[in-house]
Ligand binder design. Structure first.
Ligand SMILES: NC(=O)c1ccc[n+]([C@@H]2O[C@H](COP(=O)([O-])OP(=O)(O)OC[C@H]3O[C@@H](n4cnc5c(N)ncnc54)[C@H](OP(=O)(O)O)[C@@H]3O)[C@@H](O)[C@H]2O)c1
Length: 332
């Protein structure tokens, strides 16, 4: 016979044991699925990460193009499409992918910058590079962009939803138009483009989507309230989509960087000497983390130890206290 307290302890212990065994069975199930997916792509967990980075065969591209299985095809080249490729992280994505011998489609509004980058990639990496001047906040941008790809017979195997921006300030005084533009670019355009491109991505032997979200999406950020909310939306959408596509050959990476070093006018990194300069990361490091994750089947990527730590730490703070704390820090 147990006392009332004894029965309670026994009951709680039972719950713990069941919970632990449930978790471990789920983890091993996930591991089995992941290793099955990786081996079906010809990758093994022993292959060095830098070698796996997206192109399994890591074969030199020719001007005739290449599929993701590594087979060069004269008539049917496959491309990686990067939105917001004219500068910042998008430009680094384009350079890193081209260095891995991916043909590129560069999307943004500034045609001159895109042309310059395309020429650089063609001559330095011998890949195909196409330019699409496009305003992603225009109505039905996603379907219209996919129609243009179709008209030009451009096959996309990797979609990098990178274009995005953030506005800071008092929500009431920032213009509504600029904030709605941000909402449209950071969320609307990503949903439309992903939805419109998915049918053709699904036909590829190996395809991928990288959604560039932000560490800002993990908590409310007063004075960047809407930006943080757009990134929270994107992270949630992207992680949900990854699960929906788990049994397909489309891998989804949800990239949540913290602060990234921006390029100055002469090409060198700036803003590293700001207060909290140590939290800024090189864009190349962020992109490499994303591509490594893609090669390993996708998932959530939070680059950098400091970002991982701060995201973990705020889970230990009561949710109600977070906005006030963040407001205090962002005003400093
Ligand atoms: N920088 C950071 O510290 C940081 C941190 C976390 C997450 N992120 C995220 O990383 C992504 C890239 O950030 P970034 O700092 O590299 O940005 P950035 O340097 O400002 O570049 C933004 C890119 O988006 C393009 N773009 C802007 N509006 C557009 C529109 N309406 N249609 C098409 N393209 C448009 C811009 O080209 P055009 O002007 O030529 O159109 C540019 O190529 C964003 O999603 C951002 O939220 C950045």
């Amino acid at each position: 016979m147990f006392s009332k307290t004894g029965r309670l302890i026994e009951y709680r212990r039972g719950i713990c044991v069941n919970f632990v065994s449930f978790c471990s069975s789920q983890i091993s199930k996930l591991r089995r699925t992941r290793s099955k997916r990786i081996s079906s792509r010809g990758l093994t967990s022993r292959t060095p990460a830098w070698l796996q980075a997206w192109t399994p065969d890591y074969k030199a591209a020719t001007t005739c193009g290449q599929t993701y299985s590594g087979r060069a095809e004269m008539n049917n080249p496959t491309y990686a499409l990067v939105t917001g490729a004219s500068l910042g992280l998008g430009r680094v994505f384009a350079r890193e992918l081209a260095a891995r011998k991916q043909n590129m489609i560069l999307v943004a509004r500034s045609r001159d910058k895109l042309e310059k980058l395309a020429n650089e990639l063609r001559s330095s990496q011998s890949v195909l590079a196409e330019v699409l001047e496009f305003d992603l906040t225009s109505p039905s941008a996603g379907p219209r962009l996919v129609q243009q790809l179709h008209d030009r017979n451009l096959q996309v195997g990797l979609l990098v939803n990178n274009a995005g921006f953030g506005v800071r300030g008092d929500f009431r005084t920032l213009t509504l138009q600029r904030q709605m533009e941000m909402l449209s670019l950071n969320n609307g355009a990503v949903v439309e483009l992903t939805y419109s491109l998915l049918p053709s991505l699904m036909k590829h032997p190996q395809a991928g989507i990288i959604n560039v979200s932000s560490a800002a999406g993990f908590q409310p950020i007063p004075y960047a309230s809407l930006y943080a909310a757009t990134k929270s939306f994107l992270t949630s959408f992207s992680l949900g989509l990854q699960e929906e596509l788990r049994s397909s050959r489309v891998s989804v990476v949800t990239l949540c960087p913290g602060r990234i070093l921006a390029e100055g006018h002469n090409g060198e990194a700036k803003n590293g000497n700001r207060k909290f300069g140590f939290v800024y990361q090189l864009p190349e490091d962020v992109v490499r983390d994303a591509l490594e994750s893609l090669a390993n089947g996708g998932g959530l990527v939070i680059p950098g130890f400091v970002n991982k730590l701060s995201i973990f730490a705020q889970r230990l703070i009561p949710r109600r206290a977070v906005p006030a704390l963040v407001a205090k820090m962002s005003r400093q």
